[in-house]
Design a protein around this ligand. Structure first.
Ligand code: AMP
Length: 222
């Protein structure tokens, strides 16, 4: 199996859901920069306040902050066999940083782009609810929690992210097109990009990803 699996795709494509499922299946730690930054944003220290404002507006947190957060996280022991990356990299400097970290740790990078038609994305984002404890993702339209307002897995309350409002959603999708989509070309040119149809139930999408990772592992073994 590849060491670092990077999930890419616009907000609402289902990266978070797939990242959780992949981490569990392959017993790799899940490194979700959005979650890590949201945790930082809970602090009232200057850095926390700065991250909170940037996130709420749907803008990108600075590359310097990301570099610090990701370098520290990936150098932890549990990442020695790799990890699942959700939400990173999003800019070219972040791509280059990841290249150097991966080289240093001796990890290969495999990128999976989850592709969903634009008109489906806004609805997925507008209905999204996240568990405050385990990060499990629900949707009031497509996948409501059985217990209503609390997580089916651990009973903790669900919350709606501050950036899942219409204005921030438009801003985040525009930023994806501008900054992140071009990164797919870079990974395609270096032969590490795999595109996956992200429509349908999460289990169907997961099946597609596992199948392609299996094919890739077989190719590498030959
Ligand atoms: P996500 O949960 O991945 O949608 O991320 C939520 C928000 O966290 C983004 O809209 C950004 O404000 C910030 N963020 C997460 N990952 C990054 C990143 N790699 N670079 C810059 N900002 C990020």
């Amino acid at each position: 199996m590849p060491d670092i699996i990077v999930l890419m795709g616009p907000q609402g494509a289902g990266k978070g859901t797939q990242a959780h499922m992949l981490a569990e299946r392959f017993k790799l730690p899940l490194v979700a920069t959005g979650d890590m930054l949201r945790e930082m944003a809970q602090s009232d220290a200057p850095l926390g306040l700065q991250v909170r404002a940037v996130q709420a507006a749907g803008q990108l947190v600075s590359d310097d902050i990301l570099a610090e957060v990701v370098k520290t996280r990936l150098s932890r022991r549990d990442c020695e066999h790799g990890c699942i990356l959700d939400g990173f990299p999003r800019t070219l400097p972040q791509v280059l940083l990841l290249e150097s970290i991966a080289e240093h740790l001796g990890h290969q990078i495999t990128v999976i782009s989850i592709e969903v038609p634009r008109e489906q994305l806004s609805k997925r984002l507008a209905g999204r609810q996240t568990c405050s404890a385990c990060g499990a993702i629900y949707n009031i339209y497509f996948k409501p929690s059985d217990k209503g307002g609390v997580c089916d897995l651990d009973g903790h309350p669900l919350f709606t992210r501050s950036d899942d409002n219409e204005e921030a959603i438009i801003q985040r999708l525009a930023l994806y097109d501008q900054n992140t989509r071009p990164l797919l070309d870079y990974y395609a040119q270096t032969g590490r990009l795999h595109r996956v149809d992200g429509t349908g139930a999460p289990e169907e999408v997961f099946g597609r990803i596992v199948k392609l990772l299996g094919k890739q592992a077989a190719l590498e073994a030959n």
